[in-house]
Design a protein around this ligand. Sequence first.
Ligand code: FE2
Length: 290
Amino acid sequence: MSLPRFTPTPDGSPTPAMVEAYRRDGFLIIDGFKTPAECDALRARTHGLVENFDPATVASIFEASGSQSHAADRYFQESGDKMRFFFEKGAFGPTGELVRDKHGALNKIGHAMHDLDPVFEAFSRDQRLAALAKGLGIADPGLIQSMIIFKPPQIGGEVNCHQDATFLHTEPVSVTGFWFALEDADETNGCLIGIPGVHAGGLRELFQYQGDKLVMTKLGEKDWPAEREVCLAAPKGTLVVLHGLAPHRSAPNASPRSREAYALHVIDRQTRWSPGNWLRRAPEMPVRGF
Ligand code: FE2
């Protein structure tokens, strides 16, 4: 099975067929939403950020102790309104040295690229995207989270099957993912894999603060119907819209090609933001729209 693919309308607003596919599948694939030049500009900006980033400033957080250390937890927990750099597992050796060039060792940068960097802001605050979000039913969009995902060659790790509303929860659920392929993504380099039509079944896990600890709570059935998985191959420039309850994952990237993507998450500010969410922003950085 494969999902329908669409091409963008001139002003970005979805056609009735796009809205129908999104409601039915929980996914909407729009090829060529961004031009190759727009993708290249975002990649060039990203590589500039990485060039200016000194891994030594965070090596002590990640080395040896692994990602479960208190310092690593805080580095993540405080990243909601910052641009922070996260490494792949195994990027550091036992002595705290990077085992490969930093450009090929990073997992992601997040989580407020869209507010803190002008190039990311322009890519994100695209009025065609605003029209698309509105047409998909987001009444008062708020740009809550953004990240560049590297999925580097050979060590790009897998992401387990999840729903985005597990991590960015509102009542009712409103989070919507806008995932852009900045390079061709296919089965060989760890493209998105989704399970269409399951989003109507509700939220299965919730990742929230309990006191000062982040805890994953089971809400529903554990196993996803893997036999219904579809590969969401995405040529460069493709936008995949993900409903907040649509389960998705990605495989490791064992290929020699990178698979860079940009993910922007939007909530509806007419819903109630769950105060236990991991993502926190300083009062001087309120959630803004498109
Ligand atoms: Fe996700």
